[in-house]
Ligand binder design. Structure first.
Ligand code: CA
Length: 378
């Protein structure tokens, strides 16, 4: 063998070894190799459930696409489409399942009509916070359990963002007790919507981009979306002024990246690594960006005269009891109970830990928007 050929083959072998190891140790042997996959040129489509103007929840998919492009030397491009552009906002799962698009970015609780256990891939009322969810997914067996569910839909799922604990939404009147919920019409999805229905609320499912007009024309009395940053963008404060917290139905909703299983299996292994790493980055991007944007948005909403209120105790108590009863209802199904029991145990243990250092620190150190409302002149 010519020496030149040998060197070339050795270099290729080292590069392949690095890629297969995910993160190789070639740096110790004389510097990390440049990323040169030589793989196929692929152009995929990703359907988001979200509207482009919501730069954080929508933007996480752009972050993923850009990073995959960079990690594959520009060979693997993913074009991100907003909700309703090529796939209806609430039908991303079907779109990916059938291969109409290779990928999706969505909230799995939109699909609980297909399988109630899909909620555990996103959030359930009085469930895990963002940190607790990530711990469960990445280190507590959660991701393996949700992937078993998604295998039935020919999808492989990845955590792909989190909003953190959401707000409890906008109401056109004060909610001073449980009775004040009765007869309201509210936009609220998932099992949280089912709980509200049990509490006497007339529940509507409306994509994020269509909430404002419904609120403005009085078709709904109340609506929830995410938190100060997004809700301000959607303009709810221009129509109603009572902003409640917490969003007990979404203590830490995970947004998911879906990949069609056949499309995934067709990828070179280094592209799979790139996609997996980029999804993890989008997960971090969304949560940290919401946490960075919400404080200033909260201040702006206070300045606009928005009234922040905690939900009354009887609402929290009734919601908690109703949510538990609803979650237990499905427990006779073995597939559901397998993931539900694992989730419940993880939650119990996580709450005990978070109720210790985290909670005592928060109770001492954190202020509330309601205190600022009380301090505001007038
Ligand atoms: Ca929400």
């Amino acid at each position: 063998m010519e020496r030149r050929d040998f060197v070339k083959k050795a270099a290729l072998g080292a590069a392949a070894g690095t890629l297969l190891a995910g993160c190789g140790n070639n740096a110790a042997e004389g510097g990390a190799p440049a990323i040169q996959t030589g793989g196929p040129r692929l152009r995929w489509r990703l359907a988001s459930s979200f509207t482009r103007s919501l730069d954080t929840i929508f933007g996480a998919a752009d972050v993923l696409a850009e990073r995959v492009n960079q990690l594959t030397g520009g060979r693997f491009t993913i074009r991100v489409y907003p909700g309703n552009e090529i796939v209806p906002a609430f039908e991303v799962l079907e779109g990916v399942q059938k291969g109409a698009v290779q990928m999706g970015h969505t909230a799995s609780y939109y699909y609980i009509g297909k399988n109630p256990a899909l909620a555990f891939d996103c959030t359930v009322p009085f469930g895990l916070t963002a940190r607790q969810y990530n711990a469960w997914a990445y280190h507590g067996g959660g991701l393996e359990l949700t992937r078993e569910l998604f295998a039935d839909f020919n999808i492989i799922n990845f955590p792909g963002g989190n909003t953190g604990t959401q707000m409890g939404g906008w109401f056109n009147r004060e909610i001073n007790s449980l009775g004040d919920l009765r007869g309201l019409t509210m936009r609220i999805p998932g099992i949280g919507g089912r709980v509200m229905d049990e509490l006497g609320v007339s529940v509507q499912q409306i994509p994020g981009g269509e909430i404002y007009p419904a609120l403005e024309r009085g078709a709904i009395d109340a609506a929830e979306w995410v938190g100060p940053y997004d809700d301000e963008k959607l303009g709810f404060h221009q129509v109603v002024k009572h902003y409640y917290y917490p969003g007990w139905w979404e203590p830490g909703p995970n947004l998911s990246v879906y990949v069609n299983q056949d499309a995934w299996a067709s990828l070179p292994v280094d592209y799979q690594y790139a996609l997996e790493a980029a999804a993890a980055e989008s997960n971090m991007y969304m949560l940290s960006r919401y946490d960075a944007q919400n404080p200033a948005a909260l201040q702006r909403l206070l300045a606009e005269g928005v009234q922040f209120h905690p939900f009354p105790n009887d609402v929290m108590q009734a919601a908690s009891e109703t949510a538990t009863a609803l979650l237990e209802e499905e427990a006779s199904d073995p597939g559901y109970s397998k993931i539900y029991n694992a989730y419940k145990q993880w939650r119990t243990d996580a709450y005990r830990w978070f109720g210790t250092a985290e909670q005592s620190y928060a109770a001492f150190a954190f202020g509330t928007a309601e205190e600022e409302c009380a301090l505001a002149p007038g």
